[in-house]
Design a protein around this ligand. Structure first.
Ligand code: ADP
Ligand code: ZN
Length: 524
């Protein structure tokens, strides 16, 4: 007789091969799976497309009971469950659109041990009836996807996520794995704490997507520049992220007029239209999507060859996630950020109007984004340092590396700024410091008596905007630091004293000397 029994699966790699058809793990995946299966609480930080799913799906297969997956992306649950079915894994999702009959069937499958994965939204999870049912099922693991939503430090805070701490109270012996693509150090700590994790193992996969080139251009004649790029890369797929719904529509229309295959996408469209547009993009029927940030969550299109930010994003997390949708196949992809000061102004006005509880934090994140855009040092180093990752050498694949800036000796300029800073007791934020340097008679300057200090007006030969740019450069190289906890006052950075007293020279770049072509120079 034929022996139809499957070979027994023992190691995580056996599961990877059998259920997903892959021969080897990507960096970190196996260690993460081992940690989770061993019952340890685990935090996983891995960029979009890095392969987070198998990090909880394989443990779900290896562990005896059911794994409950909490995800805010209700729209994607169906797709995820269908993908699991195609791989021969028994999974279901549970939401309020289902009949109570269907829900009961799922509950039965769970309790009988038939289901390995159950996807649920945080709202549903926290409902009383669901909790009662969960207690009857054998839950072996909680997986919290998009875990940054739990933290008000994160950029995508969802209040319903904060109640997930009850999981540990009710299921103290069930391990939790939290996964996210975007979390700085504070957010990471916050995730672990808010989930009540017990000495979690933290895994940070590299955020260095070397195949993505990075480029920042002034936001002038953006459509003309985009057209040049498209002519240079005919028949490639790409995404143009815009600030407003209206602009996605008008930019798509203008590109169509020029003969390009473009469509728009935003959350104000009716769901059927949205689905159609997304489908058309996935099938390459449409090449260019002009979208708000609503587009892309969970979209698995491997051959996106470029991502353009028509407007500056409001923080680095969002920016990183959005450019991360390019080049998922590992081949070279280009990313371009158009930067204009008016975008910053728009955000500040929007923030002032909404006045969120974490206003200061959001402004600080905006400032970091602006520093990235102003930078004249390797952009990837700045990006990675934001995620606490150290890139020892410049990357060779950003506009600064490809086209090193012409520098001048900016030591005196740095000394002027530092000296004004020190004389004001390192208590003033950037705009005020610039006013002091430029000899402004603004109310804040006069009230603080800053017109009396020796360096008052010492930098009146420079425009406000230029000073801002130079100060950002000084921050990026460590001469100045922003005290986030002291009302964003500027204070001395690690190199400050050497510049003031130690004869250290500082090289700066004139803002107008940065290259302006969207056509990239060859890699260095
Ligand atoms: P994330 O959730 O981190 O954005 P996914 O889990 O959706 O990423 O994985 C992204 C893609 O990588 C998927 O197509 C997935 O099948 C694939 N993938 C994951 N792990 C591996 C692996 N070890 N080898 C090859 N491909 C993998
Ligand atoms: Zn670089």
């Amino acid at each position: 007789a034929l022996n139809t029994a499957q070979p027994r699966l023992k190691e995580p790699a056996d599961y990877l091969k059998r259920y997903y058809g892959y021969d080897r793990f990507r960096p970190m995946q196996e260690d993460i799976i081992q940690s989770v299966v061993s019952g340890r609480d685990t935090v996983v930080l891995m960029p979009t497309g890095g392969g987070k799913s198998v990090c909880f799906q394989i443990p779900a297969l290896m562990l005896p009971g059911v794994t409950v997956v909490v995800s805010p992306l209700i729209a994607l649950m169906k797709d995820q469950v269908e993908a699991l079915h195609l791989n021969g894994i028994s999974a279901a999702y549970y939401n309020s659109t289902q009949t109570s009959r269907a829900q009961r069937d799922i509950e039965d499958d769970c309790i009988s041990g038939k289901l390995k994965l159950l996807y649920v939204s945080p709202e549903k999870l926290l409902s009383e009836s669901f909790f009662t049912f969960l207690k009857r099922a054998r839950v072996s693991l909680f997986a919290i996807d998009e875990a940054h939503c739990i933290s008000s430090w994160g950029h995508d805070f969802r209040p319903e996520y904060t109640q997930l701490n009850v999981l540990k109270q009710h299921f103290p012996n069930v391990p939790t794995v939290a996964l996210t693509a975007t979390a700085d150090k504070l957010t990471r700590q916050d995730i672990a704490q808010r989930l009540g994790m017990n000495d979690p193992a933290v895994f940070i996969a590299s955020f260095n997507r070397t195949n993505l080139s990075l480029q920042v251009l002034p936001g002038q004649n953006r459509l003309g520049q985009i057209a040049r790029l498209l002519q240079q890369k005919p028949d490639t797929s790409g995404i143009i992220y815009c600030l407003s719904r209206k602009s996605t529509e008008s930019i798509a229309a203008k590109l169509q007029e020029k003969g390009f295959s473009a469509a728009f996408y935003h959350a104000g469209m009716d769901p059927a239209d949205r689905a159609r547009t997304q489908e058309a993009f996935l099938r390459d029927d449409v090449r260019i999507i002009c979208a708000t940030i609503a587009f892309g969550m969970g979209i698995d299109k491997s051959n996106v060859r470029w991502v353009i930010h028509y407007n500056m994003p409001k923080n680095i997390e969002g920016f990183y996630q959005e450019i991360g949708r390019a080049g998922r196949d590992g081949a070279a992809a280009q990313t371009v950020l158009f930067y204009s000061f008016s975008d910053v102004k728009t955000y500040k006005e929007m923030l002032a109007e909404n006045n969120p509880a974490n206003l200061g934090l959001q402004l600080a994140k905006l400032e970091r984004m602006q520093q990235y855009a102003d930078a004249h040092t390797c952009r990837r180093q700045i990006l990675l340092s934001y995620f606490s990752e150290d890139l020892p050498e410049p990357c060779g694949n950003c506009d600064v590396c490809r086209d090193p800036r012409v520098t001048f000796d900016g030591t005196v300029l740095a000394q002027k700024a530092l000296s004004a800073m020190v004389r004001t007791g390192e208590r003033v934020p950037m705009n005020l410091l610039i006013d002091i340097l430029r000899g402004s008679r603004s109310q804040a300057v006069m009230q603080g008596g800053y017109d009396q200090i020796k360096t008052y007006g010492a930098g009146r030969d420079l425009r406000f905007e230029d000073w801002r740019n130079y100060l950002h450069q000084l921050i990026n190289i460590g001469v100045i630091e922003i005290a986030y906890d002291q009302h964003y006052a500027l204070r001395r950075g690690i190199l400050a004293d050497q510049v003031l007293y130690g004869g250290r020279k500082i090289e700066l770049v004139r803002p107008d000397d940065a290259p302006k072509s969207i056509v990239e120079k060859p890699k260095t």
